[in-house]
Design a protein around this ligand. Structure first.
Ligand code: ADP
Ligand code: MG
Length: 393
């Protein structure tokens, strides 16, 4: 999806005020009545209707007059609210090219004022991908637009919290910078997704490091659940970084063993196919861990001892609540085979539409577009994208 940030330049304070009013209205309305938007935005001289027209023209809103005259946010509208908030906070000041398309996310480069390039991930839960499994579609059929936004926001909050906690415990993950609505800002990972890597100097070492990560995660109480060649990045020094955390679960999850084994299997299968590794013998040392392995060298989930730094408990106590986790699981259950990794499909890049658009590690191509922080915001958004009462000035 193309994010035409040029539009941002032409949007006024009133435009954002009305956009935010629609967002607020969507908490209780699938389609927000135009009158309600007008009331929330409370622009002087009835300016709301003109603004709505403008927002519609830029595809930031969707118009629906089937039951009454009303509007809802489009993903683009939601993107703009998140981006605008980040720009106002000084997190970044320009949005550049798209560097990745996940099955339910879009990744863009952004630039800070000092020229540093970061990455933003815009979550798009509910975007129907060609891999979407039926159960997921059935589940979503009964959801309103707001819950699509809600789920995407949950995914972002969860990803941000997990990334931060993993980083603090020394895991090789991007640096978690900030989060608003469905948008996570993180450091840009150098290198390529493993799926694009055809050759490695030390495949054995990389393999052991990667399997070691799955084990060490479990020792910290967590399972990635989508641990595959699309979510493991490798740089020129063969340093490994893992990404993509919205589907992670605790080792106490009822299907923990299955998820753990599947993550392990993805790695074994990929390395055996791509780098011809064979695993007759148990690796005697999985990244310094004491874990038992079966006859094929695969670590046994049952032998993993949870260490003192139980991240699952720590995270449960953080902003991401049990209910949030349950809401997300309802959505991901059945559809958790997310990244097309570990599949039998022979296509390089499997289910990823990103390959044609992903240009490897070249960075710095950020447009010089500056998203000026126009006038002060008149609607206050807190950290989670919740909008507080408006105060017209
Ligand atoms: P999804 O959950 O939709 O699979 P990912 O987080 O896996 O999204 O991101 C999709 C793709 O975008 C990745 O495979 C990777 O190529 C790229 N990507 C994601 N995050 C970063 C990052 N921090 N730095 C560089 N590339 C990234
Ligand atoms: Mg991914």
């Amino acid at each position: 999806m193309k994010l035409n940030v040029d539009v941002l330049r032409y949007l006024s304070k009133d435009d954002f005020r009305v956009l935010t009013a629609v967002e607020m209205g969507m908490r209780n309305h699938e389609i927000v009545p135009a009158e309600l938007i007008d009331r929330i935005a409370s622009l002087k001289h009835g300016g709301t209707y003109k603004v709505l027209k403008n927002l519609l023209k830029h595809k930031l809103l969707h118009h629906d007059s089937s039951k009454y005259d009303g509007f809802r946010l489009t993903y683009l509208g939601y993107d703009f609210l998140a981006i605008k908030t980040m720009v106002n906070r000084g997190v970044f000041m320009a949005v550049g090219r798209q560097i990745g398309v996940g099955k339910e996310s879009d990744i863009f480069e952004v630039a800070k004022e000092d020229g540093t390039i970061l990455a933003i991930k815009l979550h798009r839960l509910g975007r129907v991908s060609f891999r979407a499994v039926k159960s997921k579609r059935d589940y979503l059929q009964h959801r309103t637009s707001y819950s699509w936004l809600y789920l995407s926001r949950l995914a972002a909050i969860k990803e941000f919290a997990f990334m931060k906690a993993l980083e603090e415990h020394g895991f090789p993950v991007p640096n978690a910078v900030d989060c608003n609505r469905h948008c996570v800002v993180m450091s840009l990972v150098q290198g390529y997704p493993l799926v694009q890597v055809k050759q490695l100097q030390n495949p054995d070492m990389v393999f052991e490091r990667i399997v070691g990560l799955v084990v060490r995660l479990a020792e910290h109480g967590l399972i990635h659940c989508d641990f595959n060649e699309f979510n493991i990045m490798i740089d020129d020094d063969e340093k490994v970084t893992m990404i993509d955390f919205p589907q992670m679960v605790s080792v106490d999850h009822r299907n923990a063993q299955m998820y753990f084994d599947r993550d392990v299997e993805c790695v074994f299968k990929f390395f055996s196919k791509r780098f011809n590794l064979s695993f007759q013998e148990s690796p005697d040392d999985i990244d310094g861990s004491e874990v038992d392995t079966d006859e094929s060298g695969r670590p046994r989930f049952s032998s993993i001892e949870k260490g003192p730094g139980s991240l699952d408990k720590e995270l449960a106590a953080s902003g991401f609540t049990k209910k949030d986790q349950e809401d997300m699981e309802k959505y991901t259950e059945g559809g958790i085979e997310t990244d097309a990794g570990c599949s039998d499909e022979e296509s390089e890049g499997g289910g990823h539409s990103s390959d044609s658009e992903f240009n490897g590690s070249s960075i710095g191509g950020v447009d010089s577009l500056q998203l000026q922080d126009q006038e002060e915001q008149t609607l206050n958004c807190d950290g989670e994208g919740r909008v507080e009462a408006n105060q017209q000035n």
